[in-house]
Design a protein around this ligand. Structure first.
Ligand code: NAP
Length: 333
């Protein structure tokens, strides 16, 4: 018998999530049956989209149920295998969520071929879902051209920090916002042309206009709210606005008001296009080839913020809404 601890949803958050919305529990795992494996998780992902799944409403993924384990990405090591194709020691990616260990059919797991110089946890960040979101969203929807001015919000996070670097590698000028001076310094160190601390800059519109006096061609939105209104205001004709996320609204108890300047979408012929990363799952091979190449050649950098111990998962998750992370927020087990 293996004992595993797991984090369950105790209650649905109203507004900002709090520790009491989560519950840690221990459970005994059955022995793996035929075709099954026992996996010990090493890293778990906490992601902003999980906040939407805590609300009981229809969406592109079903809501979490009260009392059930929070599902999400994790990377683990096979501890025992009764399945062909997976052996003890193999590294696997799963969506079984916030648990120390689990038993599952091998068919529900993805075996990872982790290159020698890349840590396994990067498959939850730069080489995983956030990396694909950044690369595919920017390239497929934004279609950046050399010389374009790209505005990125939430730029020091898991997705944003890859977007800014891909845009630079494609020859663009990048204007980015983040929530601290330290984050802005890091963004400049990876090539961002203008990094704005949106918490202290005062007038965000004026700060973005000063950084991009001729306007922007692409906006990659992780934040929504005021940032989106600013992006519409500074957009050039035919600019592309990529709606990846709107984290500033995820804890709202009433719907946030829309941008007041939407009429400019007409006059400037703007394209505003949302997406969910699954749409681009078929491009994963191309993504790994291009982004993996930049990592190998040292052209693309990434950061992780790692909290240790499964009991830290709620704090890590809540920390996403407080800007506690630079790069990908992870929990190490
Ligand atoms: N469309 C998709 O398929 C897809 C896939 C993955 C992620 N996303 C979305 O992409 C965005 C980024 O996700 P991520 O995983 O990379 O998270 P992340 O950016 O690593 O973490 C969240 C960051 O958001 C910022 N933030 C929190 N509250 C904010 C607020 N009220 N106003 C402005 N910034 C705020 C914080 O940084 P600061 O210190 O800068 O405030 C925080 O570090 C999220 O909106 C997420 O939902 C979408």
């Amino acid at each position: 018998m293996t004992t595993s601890r797991e984090i369950r949803l105790a209650s649905r958050p109203v507004g900002m999530p709090v520790a009491e919305n989560f519950q840690i529990a221990a459970c005994e795992l059955a022995e793996p049956g035929p075709g099954e494996v026992l996996v010990h998780n090493k890293f778990m992902s906490v992601d902003p989209y999980m906040r939407g799944r805590m609300v009981d409403r229809a969406s592109y993924v079903p809501p979490f149920a009260i009392g059930e384990v929070l599902q999400g990405g994790a990377i683990g090591v096979v501890a025992h295998s009764n399945a062909e194709g997976l052996k003890k020691g193999d590294i696997v990616s799963s969506m079984f969520g916030w648990r120390e260990a689990f038993v599952a059919p091998a068919a529900a797991l993805e075996k990872l071929d982790v290159p020698a110089r890349v840590p396994m946890e990067s498959f939850l960040g730069v080489l995983g879902m956030p990396g694909l979101t950044a690369w595919a969203g920017l390239m497929q929807i934004g279609k950046p051209k050399p010389g374009d001015v790209v505005f990125v919000s939430g730029a020091a996070g898991a997705v944003g920090s890859i977007v800014v670097q891909v845009a630079k590698l494609k020859g663009c000028t990048v204007v980015a916002t983040a929530g601290s001076d330290e984050k802005c310094e890091w963004l400049k160190s990876v090539g961002v042309d203008h990094a704005i601390n949106y918490r202290t800059c005062g007038d965000l519109l004026a700060a973005v206009q000063a950084a991009a006096p001729k306007g922007i061609d692409i906006y990659f939105d992780n934040v929504g709210g005021e940032h989106l209104e600013v992006a519409i205001e500074v957009a050039r004709p035919f600019a592309r606005l990529i709606e990846c996320g709107m984290i500033s609204a995820y804890n709202d108890t009433d719907p946030a008001p829309g941008p007041r300047n939407m009429i400019q979408i007409v006059g400037k012929s703007l394209t505003i296009r949302g997406f969910i990363v699954m749409e681009f799952a078929g491009l994963r091979g191309d993504f790994i080839a291009e982004v993996g190449g930049w990592i190998r050649s040292g052209k693309l950098k990434w950061q992780e913020t790692v909290l240790e111990g499964i009991e830290q998962a709620p704090a890590a998750f809540i920390g996403l809404f407080e800007g506690k992370n630079t790069g990908k927020m992870l929990v190490k087990l």
